[in-house]
Design a protein around this ligand. Structure first.
Ligand code: ADP
Length: 428
């Protein structure tokens, strides 16, 4: 029914009924009685309206807690409509609260920081990552100006210049942060922060690696090119000099080959596209090969012993050969003639251990933590003289990482070094 008719028809009917009653009384008991009855009925009707108006007023004062009153006549419709409005509002509020909770949860899981501010940069909300990145605390700093909280000159300039199309990179709290301010709605702004420390470090490592590798390759290439130039400009060199040059060129060629091979090995070990294929590794056989290689490299200058006292393990034989081979080759290269090298494979309760102990030159303690960095050498010229590429221990570290093993280095300058590799018992 039309809502207007729905309101007016019963109201007019009720009024007519009241007037009818007054008319009947007038007819039977005279005019005075009829007028009194009419006034009484009208007073009653007005009193009823006032009563419900009063209850409506009371309810409006505290709509959330009070029950909606029952009505009479047109009030029934008013109250039932109010009830529906309240129910819809409550449902909307519940949905909004749920949506807000979900939104906050999603924001909290983001790997990036998010700060929501009003148009004059007063902090309204931020997620925990933004708290970490920017040193904010939502509880403490809500309602404060973000430029008073992030006191970094570059950030201030970024805000003042207002060139928000471009993100800004800044170093804050020992982190490399990429921050981007995005205006949204008319009166809100979002600040997104991304921690680029790790990617920056990887980029730097990559740049260093390329620079180091190029430098390492340039030296032997320069030597070879020099001798080739001599060969072409001085064709009548005597046989002994020519042989000497060829020997030096061969050494430099070998050095370049070692370097390229080590770089390829390292790249392969680091690549996630190259998963380790574990197999049962016969440690006795593998270590015997390592011993033979060590003896060949030593060419009789050292006493080398091998003790195999441990069980076989699960791993990749090629990668283990590479790791152990590098450790033994280092022991040979950094131990003066007549020194001794002991290679030991044994089982302990915690897992198996591989130990290479030498009586070589030793390493100063400050160098030990950096030895597994690529191209890190204690003594560059000594390393090159012994055909070292500077990548050996980096290869060892990565090969062992893939086996869940760790390495410890103990050394004393002038007395010797021990490289101890710990395998977990789960490798057996
Ligand atoms: P390199 O090819 O130069 O030997 P590595 O990565 O294998 O590169 O080793 C890094 C550095 O660690 C070496 O340059 C050397 O200074 C030091 N080093 C490694 N093993 C030993 C050892 N057994 N005794 C003394 N110094 C060692």
């Amino acid at each position: 029914m039309n809502p207007q008719l729905f309101f007016w028809v019963p109201a007019i009917l009720r009024l007519l009924l009241a007037l009818g009653c007054a008319g009947v009384i007038w007819f039977f008991w005279g005019m005075t009685a009829g007028l009194i009855a009419g006034v009484a009925i009208m007073t009653f009707l007005v009193a009823v309206q006032l009563h419900y108006l009063y209850r409506l007023g009371n309810w409006l004062d505290n709509p959330a807690s009070e029950k909606i009153p029952d009505g009479w006549g047109a009030w029934t419709d008013v109250f039932s409509r109010l009830y529906r409005i309240r129910r819809d509002t409550e449902r909307n509020q519940a949905e909004l609260a749920e949506w807000l909770t979900r939104f906050r949860q999603a924001m909290s899981r983001l790997p990036d920081g998010v700060v929501i501010m009003d148009d004059v940069l007063f902090l309204e909300w931020c997620n925990p990552v933004a708290e970490q990145h920017l040193g904010l605390s939502l509880e403490r700093d809500r309602g404060m100006r973000v430029t008073n909280l992030i006191r970094h000159p570059d950030f201030m300039d970024y805000i003042i210049l207002g060139r928000y199309e471009q993100p800004l990179t800044l170093t804050l709290r020992e982190r490399k942060l990429v921050v981007h301010l995005i205006p949204f709605e008319d009166r809100r702004q979002i600040l997104v922060t991304h921690d680029a420390t790790q990617s920056e470090r990887i980029d730097m490592m990559r740049r260093d690696f390329i620079a180091n590798a190029s430098h390492e390759l340039r030296t032997p290439l320069t030597v070879i090119n020099g001798f080739l130039e001599i060969a072409s400009t001085q064709p009548n060199l005597d046989q002994a000099t020519r042989l000497g040059h060829i020997k030096l060129m061969t050494e430099q060629g070998q050095r370049m080959q070692n370097l390229v091979e080590d770089m390829l090995t390292l790249t392969r070990l680091e690549s996630i596209d190259y998963p380790m294929r574990p197999e049962r590794v016969n440690m006795g056989k593998l270590l015997e090969q390592i011993l033979q290689e060590g003896l060949a490299l030593s060419a009789g200058r050292h006493t080398i012993t091998l003790t195999v006292d441990g069980s076989d393990i699960n791993g990749n034989a090629d990668e283990l050969r590479s790791a152990f081979g590098n450790l033994v080759s280092n022991a040979v290269r950094y131990t003066p003639a007549d020194g001794s090298i002991d290679i030991l494979w044994r089982d302990t309760e915690q897992g198996s251990q591989f130990i290479v102990r030498d009586t070589g030159i030793g390493i100063q303690p400050e160098h030990i933590p950096r030895l597994t960095e690529r191209f890190y050498r204690v003594d560059k010229s000594r390393s090159r003289d012994t055909q070292g590429t500077g990548l050996g221990l980096a290869i060892v570290k990565h090969a062992l990482l893939r086996h869940g093993a760790t390495i410890a280095i103990e050394s004393e300058v002038g007395k010797g070094s021990s490289f101890i590799v710990y395998f977990q018992s789960s490798s057996r």
